[in-house]
Design a protein around this ligand. Structure first.
Ligand SMILES: [Zn+2]
Length: 1158
């Protein structure tokens, strides 16, 4: 190589020998056509591009230019230039643009030479600055002289010209110029012409090249406007219909779809404001306006967005991840401190009754008394007991028993209900709910139990078979609708009757679920909209199906088809309806129950449908409500739909999603619950939906609507065929789990436990902003006996601190917690042993208000509560403030938990895994030098995930990460690790989707598998205890009986070996790395793929001289080398197929070389 360079330099500086030059070009060509790009890069690094450019300038100056030199030189330039990132700059430096342009001009009549010039032109134009210069100097006019309407003549030249034009149009100034000169219309006409005439699809490259020109030209606003004005949408949409069935035409369809999506006029969401329909006045005059936290890279400037910058986005992101790692060792070190006065910790003593329990006293108490005391602890008593008599009391919180009284429009409560944005009404309601109306849960539950025996009810109850008519459902599920039809009808008693009957009919065979308890709890639940309706599934219960469903196989072209169907709204608006059928902001504007239309409803716990628009007969656009006091966080959804027809696929589009990608693109389905199915004995949430896709849509946020200007929205689209006609169905992002469900679940758990064995305390950690009690549980084993040894063992058990659902949209976390709780109170001997080993402190739902009001991410203050741990506000974040306080208290008495785990859900990843904290791993990952002598670290944080990897089928060790990120410094995991010094401080992330490893590989998780995860977590804790802590012989003996301990403990070493730390927690949900074309404006579609150019050059080289020029259409294969062979008549006689002229047939070209600068 070095020798070659010397020869090259020497030759180009001084050689007068054409043969030498030709030989050098030949050798270079041969050398560079072998192997990978390494040789080319070597040549580039040694100044090859500059040398070739100089040679070109010299060669071009000779009169007449010698094609025997020019052609191989141009080919080399094209091949080297495409690999040289700085080629454009070098071209400009060498002042070669004019040379290339004039060479092109001179050869307009000579197609072989012209084609070579065009290749180099294209490579030059891949640099925007050089492209702009070429454009200014008339390159585009020149190219338009070459690009012809459909013709079989000179197709190779036409193709090269179109591709060069496409490259030039990457420059905005060229695009602007092209639009101003009317080229856009010309390109559209050319495209139409080629499309119509290329019936056998021989010239796909030319058609796609024209589309790439259009794609680039429409990167500028002016281009998009002109495109729309030139009926570009119609032309491309219509033409692409012919291409859909032919898979060969995918490149065309893809490019057309990209152009259509980009040019589709951007619109604001069909909402007056994107701010939540619900707002909540914060205590202490804190402003409810929260800064928009939308991720910056989500924003898209509406003007001339820089496609060039997009290309490097991936690099930037990965760098940011590393920058996010905490590298300050002092910050990483445990720094115990207090965020509040020490004397405040005293109040938490009451939350550890187990530590001061006097068992002698306890013995004298009756079990019943104790129960009731525990339950009502910290609940302010009030005389306004809830009396659930359907005929005498109007209960504004529960429609199940009484609705007609409050249904009439004149009811003041109804007014609040209908105008949720009216702030005065809301304020009143909220303050009211904060001050008073604390209800005695025990009373409520007891009343609920006696409810069906209410004699008033029994009178109206008549035992008839289950009603099958639709009217029956309507009466239960939408009394408003009934009332509007006939406000004086006796709906109330009838519905009460139905309720009673439903409760009678309930099989009661769903474990740990009681509809009675649910009703009772739901009545005490306070929501901003003052829900009076229960969603049937939450009330009736859910039984997991016997097996889990495989992930949905993505059908070919599903996204493309959906996108084109969206574009059709613009082109063929004939079948559009555009009727708002549900609107929580303007109930009067919606038309529920209209004929041939579904009816939607979402005013129930965790429901969050804001608006539904019937787009076409069987298609609906749906908009989710933003989190309370925010204008964002749309991902969770839960709503009711009814009035469906049978065997019709309904298409639903949730049009205001915000995440960049979704597991819905990777096999995840939503969940559906059918009331008819439930009443027939199949009360199941099932994975449902097909033709699921998630993609960026044409809606943009506007400042006028209260959002971040230009923020993009995404559509989740799915189709559903409902199982029954006229059914009532519920659709949700994931298996719902409401606050009332959790509270009633705790009631059932307390009832079902064995009080002689299970120590159980349910206390109130604090009241939430919305006035709901946030429960705190203490679970451990009752002492073996009253002997002092046993009591001592009881008091000294280490703590495990668990919590869940700080993010309300992560209902999967609640199902995992449900599994944990059920296992902990169970009679399973392992649970028995586990209870003897630990005292469990559990906050099963850290964000009740968010869950109740259908939020996805935040609390009523509009804050992400898992970003408040460094300095929680007692006023704004009471659940965090007091959880942290309790942890401080435990630390202050030397009882910081052995394990802390916060249960979450992960929307972008599969499997279940842990995030932990490690100084060393963080520093290593960040590339910092780690002095292991200075930094010592207990690697005990790895044990639990290793055990889980072994015992829990859904858990995957390789997805775990132990890095501490700056952006996560205020999460529970990091704060508890740092401030409480808890080594084993984790976030447990459970997928919404399914597993890619292990027993559940390829399957979507159901509630049963999530619950299993929760119980396996308990098992892992026991194994951890046996491995890490000194145990009594008794415990070890019991454990040995229950577990195959040798295996469990040694196996974890094997797990360690498979462990690889390759995942970073960039957010709770980092961007997905899987590749599926979901992004509208992606320009990484191979358009700039120079391997195609290489192929073109290769094809040219293999072209056999003398074949007929218009042979190109003899094969069906587009641009195959055979089809294109012989399109040019060579003037270079050559016997070899390499067409590398080594002969010195013509002379007189060397003077130019001599005069050229070195
Ligand atoms: Zn989360």
């Amino acid at each position: 190589m070095c020798r070659l360079r010397r020869i090259k330099r020497k030759s180009w500086q001084s050689s007068c020998d054409k043969d030498v030059l030709l030989n050098i070009l030949s050798v270079l060509t041969d050398l560079l056509s072998l192997g990978t790009g390494r040789r080319i890069h070597y040549v580039i690094s040694k100044g090859g591009s500059e040398a070739l450019l100089q040679a070109l300038i010299s060669a071009a100056r000779t009169e007449p230019p010698d094609p025997s030199i020019l052609l191989p030189l141009l080919r080399l330039l094209a091949r080297v230039g495409q690999q040289d990132r700085k080629f454009g700059i070098k071209v400009q430096k060498a002042e070669a643009t004019d040379v290339i342009l004039s060479l092109t001009r001179q050869n307009l009549g000579h197609h072989l030479n012209l084609t070579h010039c065009l290749w180099v032109l294209r490579v030059c134009a891949s640099n925007v600055a050089a492209g702009t210069m070429l454009g200014i100097n008339g390159a585009m006019e020149l190219l338009f002289k070459v690009i012809t309407p459909y013709s079989k003549q000179h197709v190779r030249t036409v193709r090269a010209a179109i591709e060069a034009l496409a490259a030039l149009l990457k420059s905005k100034s060229n695009s602007r110029q092209a639009v101003n000169r009317g080229y856009l219309g010309g390109l559209l006409r050319l495209y139409q012409d080629w499309h119509h005439n290329d019936v056998s699809n021989n010239y796909i490259y030319i058609r796609r090249g024209l589309l790439l020109c259009l794609k680039h030209i429409t990167n500028i606003q002016l281009g998009r406007e002109t495109f729309l004005g030139s009926r570009g949408m119609e032309i491309l949409f219509t033409s692409v219909q012919d291409c859909l069935s032919c898979k060969n035409l995918d490149p065309i369809v893809t490019t057309v779809t990209q152009i259509l999506r980009k040019c589709y006029p951007k619109e604001p969401l069909p909402l007056v404001t994107v701010r939540s329909s619900y707002s909540f006045p914060l205590p202490g005059n804190v402003k409810t306006e929260r800064p928009c936290m939308g991720s910056e890279d989500d924003n898209e400037s509406d003007g001339e967005e820089d496609m060039e910058t997009d290309l490097n986005k991936d690099d930037v992101e990965s760098k940011e991840e590393d920058y996010d790692l905490e590298t300050d060792v002092n910050k990483l070190r445990s720094r115990p401190g207090l965020d509040r006065p020490e004397e405040e910790l005293g109040q938490y003593e009451a939350m550890c009754p187990e530590l001061s329990l006097n068992f002698q006293e306890l013995d004298s108490e009756s079990e019943e008394e104790k129960k009731s005391e525990d339950r009502t602890e910290n609940l302010p008593s009030t005389s306004s007991h809830f009396i659930p008599s359907g005929n005498s009391v109007k209960d504004p919180n529960c429609r199940w028993r009484t609705q007609s009284g409050t249904e009439a429009g004149s009811d003041p409560g109804e007014k609040d209900f209908k105008v949720p944005l009216q702030s005065s009404a809301k304020k009143e309601k909220c303050s009211r709910s904060l001050i008073g109306e604390k209800r005695e849960i025990v009373e409520t539950v007891q009343n609920a139990n006696s409810y069906e025996e209410d004699p008033a009810k029994s009178d109206t109850f008549s035992p008839c078979p289950l009603p099958k008519e639709a009217a029956w459902y309507k009466k239960i599920f939408n009394p408003q609708c009934e009332a509007s039809i006939d406000p004086t009808s006796g709906v109330r008693s009838e519905t009460s009757e139905i309720m009673t009957k439903l409760l009678e009919e309930h099989q009661g065979n769903i474990p740990f679920h009681s509809p009675h308890f649910y009703i009772a709890r739901a009545k005490g639940t306070k929501s901003i909209p003052a829900y009076r309706d229960l969603a049937f599934p939450d009330f009736w219960g859910h039984q997991p199906p016997p097996s889990c469903k495989p992930m949905l196989e993505r059908q070919y072209g599903v996204q493309r088809d959906k996108v084109l169907d969206d574009v059709r709204r613009l082109i063929q608006p004939g079948d559009l309806i555009g009727r708002t059928v549900f609107d929580i902001d303007e109930p009067s504007h919606s038309s529920p129950g209209a004929p041939d239309c579904l009816t939607f409803f979402s005013k129930f716990e965790s429901g969050n449908l804001r608006k539904a628009i019937q787009v076409r007969e069987f298609e609906y656009d749906l908009i989710m409500n933003a989190d309370v006091n925010t204008n964002q966080h749309h991902q969770w959804f839960y709503f009711e739909v009814r009035g469906m027809k049978l065997a019709v696929p309904y298409r639903f589009n949730i049009i205001n999603c915000e995440k960049l990608n979704s597991q819905f693109n990777y096999g995840m389905q939503l969940v559906m619950y059918s009331v008819k199915e439930a009443l027939q004995g199949r009360p199941l949430w099932l994975r449902a939906g097909h033709n699921i896709s998630y993609y960026k849509n044409h809606y943009r946020c506007s400042a006028a609507a209260g959002g971040a200007r230009g923020k993009c929205y995404y559509t989740l689209t799915f189709s559903i065929e409902f199982p029954h006609e006229d059914d009532v169905c519920y659709l949700a992002y994931h298996y719902p789990y409401t606050y009332s469900a959790m509270m009633s679940h705790l009631d059932v758990l307390e009832q079902s436990r064995n009080p002689k064995k299970v120590y159980w305390r349910q206390q109130v950690l604090c009241q939430t902003l919305g006035g709901n009690p946030c429960p705190l549980l203490t679970i451990t084993a009752m002492p073996e006996s009253r002997k002092s040894d046993d009591l001592e063992q009881f008091y000294s058990r280490p703590y495990v601190f668990l919590m869940a659902r700080v993010h309300p949209g992560e209902s999967n976390a609640s199902w995992v917690m449900k599994g944990t709780l059920e296992f902990l109170v169970s009679s399973d001997p392992i649970a028995d042993l586990l209870r003897k080993c630990f005292i469990f402190k559990i906050v099963p739902m850290l964000n009740p208000d968010g869950v109740i009001n259908g939020n996805h991410r935040c609390s009523l203050s509009g804050d992400d509560l898992n970003r408040q741990w460094l300095a929680p506000s007692s006023q704004l974040h009471p659940t965090i403030y007091h959880t942290k306080g309790l942890l401080y208290y435990l630390r202050s008495i030397g009882r910081a938990p052995l394990v802390f785990c916060d249960y979450h859900g992960h929307s972008q990843k599969k499997n279940v895994f842990l995030y932990g904290c490690s100084i060393k791993e963080t520093l290593w990952q960040a590339g910092c030098m780690v002095d292991t002598a200075v930094i010592t670290e207990d690697v005990g944080y790895r044990t639990l995930p290793k055990i889980l990897d072994k015992v829990a089928p859904a858990f995957v060790m390789s997805s775990c990460s132990f890095l501490v990120e700056k952006s996560r410094e205020s999460t529970a995991r990091v704060v508890v690790w740092q401030e409480m010094g808890v080594l084993r401080s984790y976030t447990m992330e459970s997928t919404y989707c399914g597993c890619s490893h292990g027993l559940y590989k390829g399957l979507q998780l159901g509630t049963q598998e999530l619950e299993e995860m929760g119980s396996k977590f308990c098992l892992a804790l026991l194994i951890l205890h046996l491995k890490s802590l000194p145990c009594s012989k008794k415990v070890m003996a019991q454990a040995a009986l229950l577990l195959d301990l040798d295996e469990e403990i040694t196996i974890t070493d094997r797990a360690q070996r498979r462990y690889s730390n390759n995942s970073l927690e960039t957010e709770d949900e980092p961007p997905c790395a899987e590749e599926i074309d979901y992004n509208t404006d992606s320009c990484s579609d191979g358009e700039g793929d120079f391997s195609e150019l290489d192929q073109e050059i290769q094809e040219c080289l293999s072209w056999v001289e003398g074949e007929a020029e218009d042979e190109g259409d003899t094969t069906g294969q587009t641009c195959s080398s055979k089809a294109l062979r012989g399109l040019y008549i060579s003037n270079q006689p050559s016997s070899s197929s390499t067409a590398l002229p080594l002969s010195s047939a013509s002379l007189g070209v060397y003077s130019g070389f001599e005069s050229s600068p070195a």
